[in-house]
Design a protein around this ligand. Structure first.
Ligand SMILES: Cc1cc2nc3c(=O)[nH]c(=O)nc-3n(C[C@H](O)[C@H](O)[C@H](O)COP(=O)(O)O)c2cc1C
Length: 227
């Protein structure tokens, strides 16, 4: 019989004394503000969205309006609260352990070279000032795992130190936070009649290349495209 191989990440426990953590300062350009979706956005009823959701792997070009609505309903900051951890706690559309939201959303759009960081408090995108990767280089790099076509590539990049400021054994919380986000992204993509495919690769090698003090970890990718 094969022995089970399982990496025990330990059970998280809040620290008796929380740590103070200085968040990573990303090298970014000017923010580009996405428009807030109108108050009343006609979306299908939830049960139809749940019944209809499937992973679909054809990815057309996503309009800025669709991207804006998708990020609004999955990633934006809705309320900000005080903390002693060195950064604020936030409420967003998805749950997060300790309301910490350690996952950054980084995008490659079909019509642009380079990578963009989503700024959830401003509902804006900003170019990452890192060695430029052209869109065709992004496509070629991912081709062994998926043909991204004209889809948006989404990287989930975790800032482990944030969750670790509050919890001992924080890592499993981060993996579960990514899962909560990916699940909601899949449902909202379906509600917008768009296609979405989560990817098993972590993309951690890309993070390591960023050299941002080794504080960011790749915790997955996804592709989001029009139908
Ligand atoms: C964590 C995770 C990783 C996945 N990785 C991949 C992947 O690397 N490539 C792929 O084509 N689909 C991937 N998928 C999509 C699954 O294959 C898909 O969800 C599964 O076949 C069930 O289909 P459904 O989403 O339509 O219910 C992944 C899904 C999840 C949740």
């Amino acid at each position: 019989m094969l022995d089970m191989i399982w990496t025990d990440l330990g059970s998280p426990v809040p620290r008796e004394q929380s740590l103070s953590y200085q968040p990573v300062s990303w090298p970014v350009g000017e923010p580009f503000f996405l428009t807030s979706p109108p108050e009343i956005v006609a979306l299908p009823v939830l049960s139809d969205v749940i019944e209809g959701r499937r992973t679909r792997r054809s990815f057309g070009h996503v309009s800025l309006a669709q991207l804006s609505q998708w990020l609004w309903l999955t990633g934006r900051v809705m309320a900000v609260g005080h903390s002693n951890y060195g950064f604020p706690l936030t409420q967003r559309p998805v749950p997060s352990a300790g309301a910490i939201h350690p996952i950054h959303i980084v995008l490659s759009r079909s019509d642009q070279d380079g990578w963009q960081l989503y700024l959830p408090d401003m509902h804006a995108l900003t170019p990452l000032l890192i060695p430029e990767q052209t869109r065709s280089e992004v496509r070629d790099e991912l081709l062994p795992v998926i043909d991204i076509q004209n889809g948006i590539v989404v990287r989930f990049i975790a800032e482990q130190g944030k969750t670790s400021a509050k919890y001992v054994n924080a890592d499993s919380l981060i993996w579960r936070d990514v899962g909560a986000l990916v699940g909601q992204m899949a449902l909202v993509a379906e509600a917008l009649a768009c296609n979405f495919c989560p990817m098993g690769i972590t993309g951690h090698d890309w993070c390591a290349r960023l050299k941002l003090e080794g504080r960011l970890v790749g915790t997955g990718l996804a592709v989001f495209g029009s139908r």
